[in-house]
Write a protein that binds this ligand. Structure first.
Ligand code: MRU
Length: 353
């Protein structure tokens, strides 16, 4: 078995939260301290950290940091509601943020109702955030184990955005499957969409693959169809920011186009995500809030103008891939190979989710 190096995007040292600044990668690896919940909220909004599972984990730590602040400043614990709202109002699409914050809020409410001391509450909240982080890591390893079986011995896999260690607690979801397949000894070549405009693919995924020594090529987002037509791709694997009850998937803008291309070329299209990414309260993709980011992200690259100032730009950050374009969803509990409401409901129910 090949050895995969451990890569983690956050650390907590002596009760202080640090994150690896993803705006600076791959040029520099800089750890930033986030000592207030306002700093945590800004880091999520500005994409210093990003990726659905990591947004949830950092959001959870952010809540613990916020409650610690309230306690240290001698304020009333009822202020925790404002902390929760600030963190919720950072990025709208990834459901993992709301899932993790709801879990933290329940823990907080229970501790308050049990008359725990402020110090006990603070401790409990950091512990819960750390549990969310650890659970995510184990889920990723499990997704990798299930998913790698789906990849052929000689796999030419196309992936979009960054779904690796940097988007999670470590290992990754879609990129975790690739890591696991490589670890198993499969002959893998990864085609990495550069993923305009934030360049999660060329800056982050390629950085992770280089770090591990996994063979890969960065490609422009518009190359996918041509490569598929040439027979260079035999699987597409992506992550998810939210999966609705009927199996529609919100993921990085460009994912939908890839799914259409994969269907046209008879190439399997896999989505890898932990069960915390399912949003069963939302019926289908059209109801998912899609984040729109600033025009500047498109019109500037590395601080340089790449478009006329006078031209407006549209920057939808995510799109929706219909369930009918998805071959299978790989979760930590197993694989959903018929992606529709009925099979999703049964799968989650029988696995106790
Ligand atoms: O805008 P981002 O970088 O947060 O978007 C990330 C993605 O779209 C990922 O594919 C998704 O969050 C899954 S990460 C395991």
């Amino acid at each position: 078995m090949r050895k995969i190096k451990d890569l983690r995007p956050i650390k907590v040292e002596k009760g202080v939260l640090y994150v690896l600044d993803q705006l600076k990668l791959p040029a520099e690896s800089v750890w930033v301290e986030l000592s207030t919940y306002q700093q945590v909220a800004q880091a999520i909004k500005n994409m210093v950290i990003r990726g659905a599972p990591l947004i949830g984990i950092v959001g959870a730590y952010g809540f613990a940091v916020g409650v610690k602040q309230i306690i240290r400043e001698g304020k009333n614990l009822s202020e925790a509601e404002a902390v929760l709202e600030t963190l919720k109002n950072t990025r709208p699409t990834a459901v993992n943020l709301f899932w993790a914050l709801n879990r933290m809020w329940k823990k907080f409410e229970k501790a308050v109702s049990e008359n725990k001391t402020p110090e006990e509450i603070e401790k409990l909240l950091f512990k819960e955030a750390s549990r969310i982080e650890m659970e995510d890591y184990h889920a990723n390893k499990s997704i990798g184990g299930y998913g790698q079986v789906l990849l052929p011995e000689k796999a030419n896999v196309l992936t979009h955005c960054n779904t690796g260690a940097l988007a999670t607690s470590g290992w990754g979801t879609a990129l975790g499957v690739i890591r696991s397949a490589y670890e198993e000894g499969k002959e893998i070549t990864v085609y990495v969409d550069e993923t305009r405009p934030y360049l999660q693919g060329s800056r982050l995924t390629a950085w992770e693959l280089s770090y591990e020594g996994i063979p890969h090529y960065i490609i422009t987002d518009s190359s996918a169809g041509f490569l598929m037509k040439k027979g260079l791709i035999n699987a597409v694997i992506v992550g998810a920011d939210r999966i609705t009850r009927n199996g529609d998937v919100a993921n990085k803008i460009g994912t939908y186009s890839l799914s259409v291309l994969a269907k046209e070329h008879n190439i399997p299209f896999y989505v890898a995500a932990p069960t915390s990414t399912f949003d069963l309260e939302t019926k289908s993709g059209e109801f998912i809030p899609i984040e729109e980011r600033s025009e500047e992200e498109i019109k500037k690259c590395g601080g340089c103008s790449v478009a006329p100032d006078s031209s407006p730009a549209l920057n939808y950050s995510f799109d929706i891939t219909p369930a009918s374009n998805i071959t299978a969803i790989i979760t930590e509990k197993g694989i959903i190979s018929h992606v529709d409401s009925e099979h999703i409901e049964k799968f989650l129910k029988y696995r106790g989710v």
